[in-house]
Design a protein around this ligand. Structure first.
Ligand code: ARG
Length: 475
């Protein structure tokens, strides 16, 4: 059996075994297998079309490559001396059509432009898959939001009760962050989907290759205009991984909220059994291990981004083997983010939200205080800062006398108002009741972007339109 011997010309000895292992990319080249076969097919078709190699030879090479595409990765025989998948694939073609015919396959092509092309082809597929998963998650969040349009919930700042919202409003906040993650990926995709093939080792070739044809055959939007940039740039990876690091941080926040909310202190959600664990000693435990691992694993994505930035930063133009070291980190990120995204989506969409508990919390801790201050401004035309001071004092009094904020009346307010502004406000008890009622309160927050069911409805409709358009783009 004849194997490709690229070393036999220039080098006299085989590589040291450890050095061969140290430099081989075979282990993680499986991720670019399909792309490399495609890339070889497109290149060979182009060589044939431009009559750079004979039609008969090209057809034989193509036949072998199509057979390989069908048989798949496992049909490759890896020789311990293979540096990478490109060599293994060439060996497959040699085995199928003989060393003479296969020898034409590498005309006007280098592994440098080939690997850059493969990475772009494989990454764009992954971007696409991740984007579809993001859309599916948003779709699920919308369905859940529709169910919870009127479910009162307390909104937090500093993890302290802030103002009443609805659970739907909170879920739609998740949806909006995911929409941006989707859009960022769409934007990076524009710069990923460019063709480096034809850049050769670094300075193209003197063969009359047709880069426009390979660009079309491989479904790229355009070709990269500078061959040196073509083989040495990996910023398309850094950019995409940055997007994924942001996505992972957004997903981590969702995981973190589920951890908090499922604690006894909050008791706001119950994570489904399918996404929970128990303790081997404490029989009462229901632990949010899955959400915790979302939090833990999201760090891998950001960590890998840092590693890749470090690998890239000092490399001179053009190809250097360090570039290969980026690839395992890239695929590690992809595997992790796919898992994090899918599990966060499934886990979030299967929670049981405790409406009564949410209601209890929203009534308990002055979440409507801003609205009492707003009422003073609206009805009595006092400056907001003054109203803020009066309500702050009311809260203190309610707390120190163990009263219920929702039960205070206008007499109570006026006692404090007189202390601060030396006159009563004479708010009507009815309007106060309305301002202090979280349900009324949410209903009247109907400015654009607000939590009122009307506004959330609008936001849901807009998001549905976005989904419809983007799902169409993806088919
Ligand atoms: N395995 C290599 C990589 O991933 C392919 C390119 C090899 N080129 C070279 N000049 N040694 O970068």
């Amino acid at each position: 059996m004849f194997f490709l011997k690229i070393r036999d010309g220039r080098l006299k000895k085989a590589m040291d075994e450890e050095a061969a292992e140290f430099t081989s990319s075979v282990e993680f080249d499986k991720y670019i297998f399909e792309a490399d076969v495609k890339c070889n097919i497109a290149h060979t078709l182009m060589l044939k079309e431009e009559k750079i190699i004979d039609e008969e030879i090209a057809d034989k090479i193509l036949e072998a490559l199509f057979k390989l595409a069908e048989e798949g990765y496992n049909s490759l025989n890896f020789n311990p001396a293979d540096e990478d998948i490109h060599i293994a694939i060439e060996n497959y073609v040699i085995k199928s059509v003989g060393v003479y015919v296969a020898g034409f396959m590498h005309t006007a092509k280098s592994r440098n432009d080939q690997v850059a092309t493969d990475l772009r082809l494989s990454l764009r597929t992954k971007i696409n898959e991740i984007q579809i998963n993001i859309l599916d998650f948003i779709k699920g969040l919308i369905e859940l939001a529709i169910e919870h349009k009127h479910t009162i919930f307390v909104g937090y700042t500093h993890l302290q009760h802030g103002q009443p919202i609805t659970f739907a409003h909170h879920l739609m906040a998740y949806a909006h962050s995911l929409k941006r993650d989707y859009e960022r990926l769409a934007d990076s995709h524009k710069r990923v989907n460019l063709n480096p093939l034809g850049s050769g080792a670094l300075a193209t070739t003197t063969f009359p290759i047709n880069r426009e044809l390979t660009t079309k055959l491989l479904g790229f939007d355009n070709y990269l205009e500078n061959s040196m940039d073509g083989v040495s740039s990996r910023d398309f990876i850094i950019e995409t991984i940055s997007d994924l690091a942001i996505l992972s941080s957004n997903l981590c926040k969702i995981g973190e909220e589920l951890i908090l909310w499922s604690s006894y202190e909050f008791r706001l959600v119950e994570i489904a059994d399918e996404f929970s664990s128990t303790s081997s000693i404490m029989p009462q435990k229901k632990n949010p291990d899955v959400a915790e691992l979302v939090r833990g694993k999201s760090s891998i994505v950001t960590g890998e981004l840092m590693t890749m930035l470090m690998i890239l930063k000092g490399i001179p133009y053009t190809y250097n083997r360090d570039l290969q070291e980026i690839n395992p980190h890239l695929w590690n990120v992809i595997e992790n983010i796919e898992a994090i995204l899918n599990i966060t989506s499934k886990m979030t969409l299967s929670i049981n939200f405790k409406k009564e508990r949410a209601m209890e919390l929203v009534y308990e801790n002055f979440a409507t205080a801003t609205d009492l201050a707003d009422l003073m401004v609206k009805e009595k035309k006092i400056p907001f800062r003054t109203a803020h001071q009066i309500v702050g004092r009311i809260v203190n009094e309610v707390n120190s006398n163990n009263l219920n904020f929702n039960d205070i009346d206008s007499e109570f307010v006026d006692r404090i108002a007189i202390e601060i502004i030396e006159k009563p406000l004479y708010l009507s008890n009815d309007s106060m009741k309305k301002a202090l009622d979280p349900i009324e309160n949410v209903k009247s927050r109907k400015v654009l972007g607000g939590p009122s069911p009307e506004m959330v409805d609008l936001s849901i409709k807009n998001m549905q339109k976005f989904l419809e358009k983007e799902y169409k783009n993806k088919t």
